[in-house]
Write a protein that binds this ligand. Structure first.
Ligand code: G1P
Length: 297
């Protein structure tokens, strides 16, 4: 029987320089989509997939994240006193059981592979998930849950994947496809940020992974790859040659790149429109904007 995936790593050490000056004082992962910080979407998705242990790889200046998942006795007492039951319920989803969450620091920004490697002792010898909170995925069935179900059949290593325009492949890890079995794609290779024209396909890796502990061992060598960084993609690709068990999973859902300003704004709009209490107001505003633009033309 395959071991269940109950641990997830959340690499959140990045400086978020694309969002300066906002990220000068707050971690990017605390920036909010509608009314919840980015990290909450990642945690909810992990919980839905059966994750019980949450490992955050952080860096200096990220203590707001630790506070966010802590109890807030004063705030809770005030809400209780004022009979704000609904808000107390909302807060519950942000609390973590003691021992369910671990924080460790990546002391140097050496790349995604290195960040994941920092958690090796907490993973030990189990399969584990990695979630990149910048990639927010709206889906009826949360993306990682879709993957856990597919992984129950395949085992091995699995990365979320989707097609991107060819002129964008150099921003991603890219799969070389051996064969397609429905939503599952058997990989023959994987390359991080290939130059345009050298990409083996336009199937990009999106920030959801289920990995074997062997990948962590591959990272022990700490070899630098694309951009001079230690790449997770390279450590996974090594398993293709060694174990021939690397799969892409074409998830159902819409991915927003919340690592970019326009992606974040798109997600804000889409998640706002999905809220029944905001929809009518936002739609009216969009109509107004559109009409004003037409008049201006
Ligand atoms: C990382 C991974 C890359 C993946 C991407 C998905 O890149 O290294 O393989 O395609 O996330 O968002 P980054 O966006 O951190 O440069």
């Amino acid at each position: 029987m395959k071991k269940r995936v109950t641990k997830a790593i959340f690499p959140v050490a990045g400086l978020g320089t694309r969002f300066l000056p906002a990220t000068k004082a707050i971690p990017k992962e605390i920036m909010m989509l509608v009314d919840r910080p980015l990290i909450q979407y990642a945690i909810d998705e992990a919980r839905a997939a059966g994750i019980k242990e949450f490992i955050f790889v952080t860096s200096r200046g990220k203590s707001a994240l630790e506070d966010y998942f802590d109890e807030a006795p004063q705030l809770e007492a005030t809400l209780r006193r004022d009979g704000k039951q609904e808000l107390l319920e909302v807060l519950k989803s942000t609390n973590m059981d003691s021992g369910a969450i671990a924080y460790l620091r990546q002391h140097q920004a050496l790349g995604l592979g290195h960040a994941v490697w920092c958690a090796r002792r907490l993973i030990a010898d189990e399969p584990f998930a990695v979630i990149l909170p910048d990639d927010v995925i709206a889906a009826d069935k949360p993306c990682l849950q879709q993957m856990v179900e597919a992984y129950a059949e395949t085992g091995g290593n699995m990365v979320a994947t989707m097609e991107v325009p060819y002129d964008q492949v150099s921003s991603y890890g890219v799969l070389d496809v051996e064969r397609t079995l429905g939503a599952v794609i058997k990989a023959r290779g994987m390359v991080e940020k290939p130059a345009a024209g050298e990409a083996p396909s336009n199937l990009a890796v999106i920030g959801r992974y289920i990995l074997t502990p062997k990948v962590l061992r591959n990272l022990d060598r700490r070899e630098a790859g694309a951009g001079g960084e230690i790449q997770l993609t390279d450590a996974i690709a090594e398993e293709i040659a060694r174990s021939d068990n690397v799969y892409g999973y074409r998830f159902q859902g819409h991915r927003y790149d919340c690592g970019s300003k326009s992606g974040f704004l798109r997600a804000t709009l889409a998640f706002g429109l999905a809220r029944p209490e905001l929809r009518a107001d936002l739609e009216a505003f969009i109509d107004e904007l559109y009409a004003a633009r037409k008049v201006a033309q």
